[in-house]
Unconditional design. Structure first.
Length: 153
């Protein structure tokens, strides 16, 4: 029996280029019309693979993008999200538990968080949650994610 997990992904500099640059998925007509952000190359295949294994996929970002804007970006790439946590929701819930950290996946029943930040790696160690950190130059980043997830199964 395979364990099904709730997996979250950061946006900026992990799935969406910003300061860190990487190849992106091809944008179709709808993405251009709605001016959605580009997703890192490999995101579509990775998300579909994880979904086919029965995992839930969420976005956990410290940005103030609205949940609708995030949902629309992924919907237009034909990707279905199982949850969205933005900075507004994170801040609201973290105040209730008295922690000081940029991400705390257990608060949202998330089993593993994927991020690009070394700071999140430190927080994961300090607050005992699972995180997989992807570097900007990792050309096999999807394999790094899948291997990391399998290591936690």
């Amino acid at each position: 029996m395979t364990t099904k997990m709730k997996i979250s992904f950061d946006l900026d500099d992990l799935l969406i280029p910003g300061i860190k640059q990487f190849d992106t998925e091809r944008q179709g007509f709808l993405q251009k019309i709605f001016n959605t952000e580009k997703l890192r190359l490999g995101t579509i295949e990775l998300f579909k693979d994880l979904k086919s294994q029965g995992h839930q996929i969420c976005i956990y970002t410290t940005s103030f993008r609205t949940p609708f804007k995030i949902w629309l970006t992924f919907f237009l790439y034909r990707l279905n999200l199982d949850g969205i946590v933005n900075k507004t929701l994170h801040d609201k819930k973290i105040m209730n538990i008295g922690l000081s950290c940029s991400k705390y996946p257990p608060m949202f029943d998330i089993d593993i968080h994927i991020d690009d930040s070394e700071g999140v790696k430190i927080e994961a160690q300090r607050h005992n949650f699972r995180a997989i950190i992807i570097t900007e130059n990792d050309k096999n980043w999807t394999e790094t994610v899948l291997t990391g997830i399998n290591n936690y199964l």
